[in-house]
Design a protein around this ligand. Structure first.
Ligand code: ATP
Ligand code: MG
Length: 560
């Protein structure tokens, strides 16, 4: 049995179930899972957890995992979503078994099974309105009321159902219901709806159908058709499980049954995670699209600079639970910081530049300073960064009147320029508004990094770029999209009321070291002292654009 590195922890409850089933040779020892997204939006980090769980278990137990589009709601579904879902799963590093499957491929089979249930007296056509049906269903503590159409003769049901399919009736005028138990304490067993009439074009079956199966009449059967052994879903479906099993018992031949197992969905603080709300953010223009780097979508995280490894590690770290809980979004940020620390080359980039002139540096001179690319990765080697007498440093690395604990630059103070020399601030110039325009320093030629005078210590080290060699870039800084820990959790307030007005800050005058000139969308770097940054998809040779993935440290922790 192969393992994905879970050897040093105890089994989670799903693994325990699977191992017991394997021991009992249930389903001939097969392990077959599926990830069943509805193609009505882009995938988010919660789906990523489900993907890692399903595909991860398949890998761990040498089993299979299907991708199945649960496309029974034609009105909200779209092939754009189908494509994005496939891309996201593969980007995370998983591959589905065989080809993508679609619940819509089973519409004919589902229809036949519905007819079988009618013939066996286990399903009937109800002519009542949705409202009337809901009313009769009642409340869990009291039995519901039987529909006046419940005991329709089989022949009449068959005829009506066929005419429903043929398009003879308008939307909402009739439904097909399972005849189970109107007094069951489980409301889902009170003659649940199997089919509804909907004259809508489907993204795959076009206009072939004007009746569509409900989730409950499609999901378990799809699992069954595909030979799924363990059907994992989130907790809200626990109460549907008796119905899932009931439908399977009506249609199954032999002993094989897929088994539904529920786990707690991922909730993240400071985030909304329902596709409906994410769609609302897209449609109202609050964000630039599904892949806006502030979105908790997989495509947004990817654009922001997250790596598949960091998301998989996050999913592993949070594990699975049987009770609903909220994970601190800081843990997701920790995971990407941890991975980028290992793989991201260190570079110099100045976000808010101010000119620094070294008055005793020979005019026209240029030195190439050898700088290590990544101390965490010995293989990554080093590069040469041009150094001259005119540099840019970070504006807030200088203070006219610094407090004692400020170890950066101020009048008369010394700092090391990283990978270069110790400099001392001699003077500075301001414009008519009082903003610093130039800082004048002298350097000590005996203090070159790596040279014999490199031992001399000063408290502060600054990053810098040579003014003459610097390349211009736009840098986008992101903060959390919401200011509230649970933006969707307020009864009388819309979640959009908690949007953070400062979630995006665009800096258009950034100066980067010249080695970044040929960087391509998706490339990732650590800008020294500032954080991790990724080249945006809008970046071009003419105009480089970077996204800050995360700052170096959790600056938000202070604000909470
Ligand atoms: P949303 O609530 O965002 O609309 P959904 O449950 O309707 O999501 P589906 O496309 O039906 O979205 O979900 C596909 C799979 O992903 C399902 O098995 C579902 O249980 C799982 N899933 C969805 N959201 C989460 C989450 N937050 N945590 C874990 N799994 C999730
Ligand atoms: Mg769903």
């Amino acid at each position: 049995m192969e393992s994905t590195g879970n050897n040093n922890r105890s089994l989670n409850f799903i693994e325990a179930i699977i191992e017991e089933d394997l021991m009992n040779k249930k389903n001939d020892g097969r392990v077959h899972l599926r990830f069943p997204p509805e193609p009505n939006g882009y995938l988010h980090i919660g789906h990523a957890k489900s993907i890692c769980l399903n595909f991860g278990l398949a890998e761990q137990y040498n089993g299979l995992c299907n991708l199945r589009f649960d496309d029974t709601n034609p009105e909200k579904e779209d092939t754009e979503y189908v494509e994005s879902i496939k891309e996201d799963i593969q980007w995370l590093g998983f591959q589905w078994h065989d080809k993508p499957y679609y619940a819509s491929d089973y519409f004919d089979q589902l229809y036949e099974w519905a007819v079988k249930l009618i013939k066996e007296g286990k399903a009937y056509v109800d002519d009542q309105s949705q409202e009337e049906i809901s009313r009769q269903r009642g409340v869990p503590t009291r039995p519901g009321e039987e529909s006046p159409f419940r005991n329709r003769p089989v022949e009449e049901n068959l005829d009506l159902f066929e005419r429903m399919k043929a398009g003879e009736f308008p939307d909402g005028s009739r439904v097909l219901r399972a005849k189970i138990d109107m007094s069951s304490p489980n409301m889902h067993m009170r003659d649940p709806i199997m089919y509804r009439i909907l004259h809508a074009e489907h993204h795959r079956t076009g206009n072939k159908w004007c009746i569509y199966p409900m989730y409950d009449f499609a999901h378990g059967q799809s699992d069954y058709i595909e030979g799924i052994t363990h059907s994992l879903c989130t907790l809200e479906f626990e109460i549907h499980r008796p119905l899932y099993d009931w439908f399977l018992d009506q249609i199954a031949e032999g002993d094989y049954r897929p088994r539904q197992i529920e786990f707690a969905r991922l909730n993240l603080s400071y985030t909304v995670m329902s596709k409906r709300k994410l769609l609302e953010l897209v449609e109202t223009g609050v964000v630039s699209g599904w892949d806006d780097p502030r979105m908790p979508t997989i495509s947004g995280l990817r654009r922001r600079g997250y790596t598949p490894e960091s998301i998989r590690n996050f999913a592993d770290r949070i594990g699975i639970a049987k009770r609903d809980n909220v994970i601190d979004v800081g843990l997701l940020e920790f995971s990407v910081r941890e991975h980028l620390n290992l793989i991201a080359p260190r570079v110099f980039g100045v976000l808010n530049p101010v000119k620094l002139i070294i008055t005793n540096y020979p005019e026209g001179k240029m030195e190439e300073m050898e700088v290590i690319n990544n101390p965490e990765d010995p293989e990554s080697g080093s590069r040469k960064v041009p150094f001259t007498g005119e540099l840019f440093i970070e504006r807030d690395d200088f203070m006219e009147d610094p407090p004692r604990k400020f170890f950066r630059l101020g009048p008369g103070r010394e700092v090391r320029l990283k990978g270069a020399y110790i400099i001392k601030c001699e003077d500075y110039k301001k414009d008519e508004n009082g903003a610093i325009t130039e800082i004048y320093c002298t350097y000590d030629p005996d203090t070159k990094s790596g040279g014999s005078g490199a031992q001399r210590k000063v408290k502060g080290t600054l990053h810098w770029v040579s003014a003459q060699h610097a390349i211009d870039a736009e840098v986008r800084l992101y903060d959390r999209l919401f200011m509230d820990e649970d933006p969707a959790g307020h009864k009388d307030k819309d979640f959009k009321e908690f949007l953070n007005p400062d979630s995006l800050k665009v800096l258009t005058n950034c100066k980067l070291e010249p080695s970044l000139k040929d960087s391509k969308p998706g490339d990732k770097f650590q800008f020294q002292r500032l954080g991790y940054f990724a080249v945006d998809k809008e970046s071009t040779e003419q105009k480089l654009v970077f996204n800050r993935t995360v700052p170096l440290r959790d600056s938000w922790a202070k604000k909470r």
